[in-house]
Design a protein around this ligand. Structure first.
Ligand SMILES: Nc1ncnc2c1ncn2[C@@H]1O[C@H](COP(=O)(O)OP(=O)(O)OP(=O)(O)O)[C@@H](O)[C@H]1O
Ligand SMILES: [Mg+2]
Length: 391
């Protein structure tokens, strides 16, 4: 995947020079003549590196870096300064810039700074992902089920994880839909890229759109800064749309478009953003009925239902109950430091007969979502002799 570089400078010639240079180096380049325009780009397309001029008419580079980092926390920001005073450099670093270069500078030097910044970012992101994966792996190891029904689910997970196909996870509340989504992502080729979870039922309808697609500054009252949406954040990875059955018809149209074209428009922007994401959706609703009742778009249903993973309710796989009971007793014993060794045969018989409306949910606690971005630096040919002049 090509790294994206955003160049913000109000001087035409510099923009053009940097555009040409970074393109040659194998980057995708976006240029902007002001911070405002740059932020709009950043909201539309995930940005890996930003090269920002310090002195500009509308908003200066230091403030620009501050806003960029708000919008895209992992961006490697580099300031170009014509004055090179310690003061402005310190300010830029405080605002979250990775480094600064003083005009005049060799393009080669800038390339080195960019490469180092990307390397550092990759390490940071990798570290975060590794930690997260440790937790995930532990959790995957905890996914219990020896019943035939669950064994079938596990082998289906393995099969779909190897593809890039859209997956629809269906099952009653507490059957483990979220665990399955994680298992698919972390066993897929996207495992090192982010898994972004969005609970479509937990976010008010009017916020969900900006949450998913992001918004540009001034898109609506209170939109003080540009914000990257979840789709952009999931670039290269997987987005898990949980409780999709609760999504409004209006948003369903937008989701359908992303599914078909992998494109969307941030709120308040007319520019189309492209993303590379895998979509996994889940619901405890009967979508076919929702389609009949016109609460759910039929076309979206078919687009999502490419590979359905149906999770059986616990009462239909009672042979797993003793395993789950022992698993949860052990977990509770460890957490509460209690001396409970297990349950008696009589108690187990009662548990085996129980209806289990909440299925596997033992504690009612929600699991946290993962979020990370990564990517490797691009290496380029020699670039000696090209220079950006002093201003
Ligand atoms: N096969 C399993 N083995 C062990 N624990 C499980 C299993 N399936 C689910 N759990 C546990 O049960 C709880 C509910 O699982 P999860 O959140 O994945 O369910 P869900 O289907 O997404 O539920 P809801 O529809 O309520 O969101 C979690 O604590 C999860 O760790
Ligand atoms: Mg869930």
């Amino acid at each position: 995947m090509k790294m994206r570089v955003l160049v913000i400078d109000d001087e035409d010639a510099i923009r053009r020079a940097l555009d040409r240079f970074f393109t040659e180096q194998g980057y995708t380049v976006v240029t902007a003549s002001s911070v405002t325009e740059g932020l709009r780009h950043a909201a539309e397309q995930p940005i890996d590196v930003a090269v920002v001029d310090l002195v500009m008419a509308d908003v200066d580079g230091v403030e620009g870096v501050r806003r960029l980092r708000q919008c895209c926390p992992d961006v490697v920001a580099i300031i170009m300064t014509g004055f090179g005073t310690i003061q402005s450099a310190v300010e830029a670093m405080k605002a979250g810039a990775f480094h600064y270069v003083t005009k005049p500078f060799e393009l080669e030097d800038l390339a080195r700074v960019v490469a180092t910044g990307l390397e550092l970012r990759t390490l940071k992101v990798e570290n975060r992902i590794l930690k997260q994966q440790l937790r995930e792996r532990y959790r995957l190891g905890n996914m219990i089920g020896q019943s035939e029904a669950m064994q079938r689910v596990f082998s289906l997970i393995e099969k779909v994880a190897a593809t890039d196909s859209t997956v629809l996870i269906l099952g009653e509340s507490g059957t483990g839909k979220e665990l399955v989504a994680r298992a698919i992502h972390y066993n897929s080729r996207r495992a090192e890229r982010p898994l972004i979870t969005v609970n479509c039922a937990a976010i008010p309808e009017e916020l969900l759109e900006t949450e998913l697609f992001g918004h540009v500054k001034g898109a609506f009252t209170g939109a003080a800064a540009t914000h990257q949406g979840k789709f952009a954040a999931a670039h290269g990875g997987t987005i898990f749309l949980d409780e999709i059955g609760d999504m409004s018809m209006k948003l369903q149209v937008k989701i359908l478009r992303v599914l078909q074209e992998r494109r969307f428009e941030p709120v308040g922007s007319s520019k189309v953003a492209e993303v590379d994401v895998r979509i996994i959706a889940a619901t405890n609703q009967e979508l076919e009925r929702a389609v009949k009742e016109r609460r759910f778009r039929e076309d979206l249903y078919y687009r999502l239902n490419v590979i359905p993973v149906k999770l059986p309710p616990l009462r239909d796989r009672r042979s797993d109950i003793p395993l789950l009971v022992n698993h949860f007793v052990k977990a509770i014993t460890v957490t509460n430091n209690s001396a409970v060794k297990g349950v008696t045969d009589t108690a187990m018989r009662v548990l085996m007969r129980h209806y289990w409306p909440g299925n596997n949910r033992a504690n009612g606690g929600a699991q946290g979502g993962g979020d990370a971005r990564s990517g490797g630096p691009a290496a380029g040919p020699a670039t000696a002799g090209r220079r950006i002049p002093a201003t």
